[in-house]
Write a protein that binds this ligand. Structure first.
Ligand SMILES: [Zn+2]
Length: 347
């Protein structure tokens, strides 16, 4: 392991932010589009804050603090994230109450209140050479009501020398009183050239195609490119072909394809395609799936604008519930029917 590093497009902002530690706030909300590297930014920032001889605010990579960070066991750093994410990262959750029986259960998708309660002992332990103590909490929308209130209590009477870095795609979904306790640090979507160059360095052959499908978010683009799927999923292409054709469409194959995917994934894809359809209705080039441009223009140009807008709104509602779908199979079938109906020719 090595010390977490900033991504190339984050360096200028990171230096400007971390280079000035006078009256550094004790809680920051790092927010921006999903897939641009916010968690990476927060972890690299934590390294910069903990490093004993930072350069322009960034971790040196050589001091004893950096060596602890590289080994993943700096005592003054806590990563607070759902157990399910910790499991994906290949680590056991840093929870005080982890027992063998608890670990057999499905890992929690929430940040549990116990994770916040266990911080109090940490707050009462002296820091290494009197430096900072840094808690990186991601994603902040995984805080449930109870854990959000527990965090709020902590931030209302912040412990000394402690910096909280909260990471969120959707600050609007957080408890407003919690947000008001944090300084906001918005991260922008990186420039296209910089993202494309970085993706090429990661071995991605057609970075622009993937960046289009990911709305310009490079980490999301990389993940999709490495997933083995096409930039434009096959089921979407089939759906577009079907609704563009004169024959009566059959929702069956689309529903079957959606059923096999996580709800959030297919809802995201359909939401993007509907943006393209609505752009096509105004004769504007596709933003996400340029490969489907011709089909999107055919469909978007012939459908009723109101029907497209209604379906897009319905998809947005489903996206908000996607982490906890009541019945994923039923939802896939309902969606296939609604989408096909919305794409019907109005004349
Ligand atoms: Zn260092």
């Amino acid at each position: 392991m090595s010390v977490p590093q900033f991504l190339p497009w984050q360096l200028d902002q990171a230096r400007a932010w971390l280079g000035n530690r006078d009256r550094f706030a004790h809680a920051w909300l790092i927010h921006g589009l999903a897939g641009i590297g916010k968690t990476r930014f927060a972890l690299a920032a934590a390294a910069g804050l903990l490093c004993e001889s930072p350069k322009d605010g960034l971790a040196c990579g050589a001091c004893s603090a950096c060596q602890w960070l590289a080994a993943g066991n700096h005592p003054d750093l806590r990563r607070i994230r759902p157990d399910a994410i910790a499991a994906l990262e290949g680590e056991d959750a840093e929870s005080a109450d982890a027992t063998s029986s608890a670990s057999k259960k499905t890992p929690s998708k929430d940040i549990r209140v116990e994770q916040l309660r266990s911080l109090h002992t940490w707050f009462n332990t002296a820091t290494h050479r009197g430096g900072y103590r840094v808690a990186v909490l991601y994603p902040a929308h995984a805080l449930n009501q109870v854990s959000a209130n527990a965090l709020l209590k902590v931030l209302e009477e912040p412990p000394e020398h402690t910096v909280f870095l909260l990471v969120s795609d959707a600050p609007d979904r957080l408890l407003a009183t919690l947000v008001s306790r944090c300084r906001r640090l918005p991260l922008a979507v990186p420039e296209r050239v910089q993202s494309a160059a970085w993706l090429e360095q990661q071995g991605i052959q057609t970075p622009d195609l993937w960046l289009d499908a990911a709305g310009g978010a490079p980490l999301k683009a990389l993940e999709a490119a490495q997933s083995g799927e096409a930039a434009c999923p096959q089921w979407l292409e089939s759906l577009a072909r079907m609704v563009a054709a004169p024959a009566l469409p059959d929702p069956g194959p689309t529903a079957d394809a959606l059923e096999k995917l996580p709800v959030a994934v297919w809802v995201d894809t359909l939401q993007r395609w509907f943006v393209d359809l609505m752009l096509a209705a105004h004769n504007t080039p596709a933003r996400y799936y340029p490969g489907l441009s011709k089909l999107s223009h055919q469909v978007g140009g012939a459908a009723a604008p109101q029907a497209l807008a209604d379906a897009a709104r319905w998809l947005a509602q489903q996206r908000a519930l996607a982490e906890h779908p009541l019945n994923a199979k039923l939802l896939a079938h309902t969606a296939a029917q609604r989408i096909i109906a919305a794409c019907a020719r109005c004349s």
